[in-house]
Design a protein around this ligand. Structure first.
Ligand code: C5P
Length: 242
């Protein structure tokens, strides 16, 4: 792997946002990233949070080629936002968004992949992830320890209780080097078990690090999550303004 940047140039940060899903579990008339939340779409909130962190050279967003909503968003024409074609699975969309910035990004640059459906991300979480992993060999992800007791189940019967203290829930952003992430995803094309970036790196024998994130960084999945996200946004505003 060769870097396009010389050692004297500084490493840059890129954001990748897969936003080409249909969000079937929402039972809505449009993909969940375009549902309204506090006067904007979910996707606009997500992009504004990433822009507010003020660290990214560009934000590459994977949008379905049949998407009729994207061009009407105010953020679609922001100079830091690049549109890429969405793919069949989430990993295909991420790979396409990485390819869209390949002429500018160096293999050693960091990429933070963040779900379009997580609009409550706080810029402070982005900075903590970057500060913790900046000197790490592999990179890592925001995650939350599991507080529930977890059961392994087969045909609706419990086979055993999972050791809870070893279980963390994977969130996004997930932060890896451009070159390592791209080749790990290319090696995993067609593998449906790859549901996040970390799992593609794990398949290469690498061990991403866990950085504890905020519990309000929820993923919009079901209809009731919109009300929850709105509540968290109000709380965050109070936290910021005091
Ligand atoms: O469906 P799920 O919530 O797991 O999707 C996570 C993220 O991946 C969402 O932001 C969704 O838009 C995106 N995605 C994508 N391309 C796909 C499937 C999902 O960009 N083919």
């Amino acid at each position: 792997m060769t870097s396009k940047l010389s050692m004297t140039q500084s490493i840059r940060y890129w954001a990748v946002v897969p936003a080409a899903g249909v969000g079937k579990r929402m039972n809505a008339d449009r993909p969940k990233q375009y549902l309204e939340l506090a006067e904007k779409t979910v996707l606009e909130h997500t992009l504004l949070r990433l822009l507010a962190a003020d660290v990214f050279s560009a934000i590459s967003v994977a949008i379905s080629t049949e998407d009729p909503y994207w061009s009407s968003l105010a953020t679609a024409t922001h100079p830091k936002i690049v549109r890429a074609a969405g793919g069949k699975e989430r990993a295909d969309s991420v790979l396409s968004a990485l390819t869209a910035i390949r002429t500018e990004a160096a293999d050693v640059d960091w990429v933070l992949v963040h779900d379009a459906a997580r609009p409550c991300l706080m810029p402070s979480d982005i900075h903590r992830l970057i500060d913790t992993l900046n000197n790490d060999e592999v990179g890592g992800i925001l995650a939350l320890p599991s507080h529930d007791t977890l059961k392994n189940v087969q045909n609706q019967y419990i086979t055993h209780t999972v050791e809870r203290n070893k279980i963390w829930r994977a969130l996004t952003p997930q932060m890896f080097r451009y070159g390592v992430l791209k080749s790990a995803l290319e090696a995993s094309v067609g593998n449906l078990a790859i549901t996040d970036e970390a799992s593609a790196l794990e398949r290469q024998g690498l061990q991403p690090k866990i950085v504890e994130g905020r519990p309000d960084n929820i993923k919009i999945t079901r209809p009731e999550d919109l009300a929850l996200a709105e509540f968290f946004m109000r709380q965050q505003l109070m936290e910021i303004t005091g």
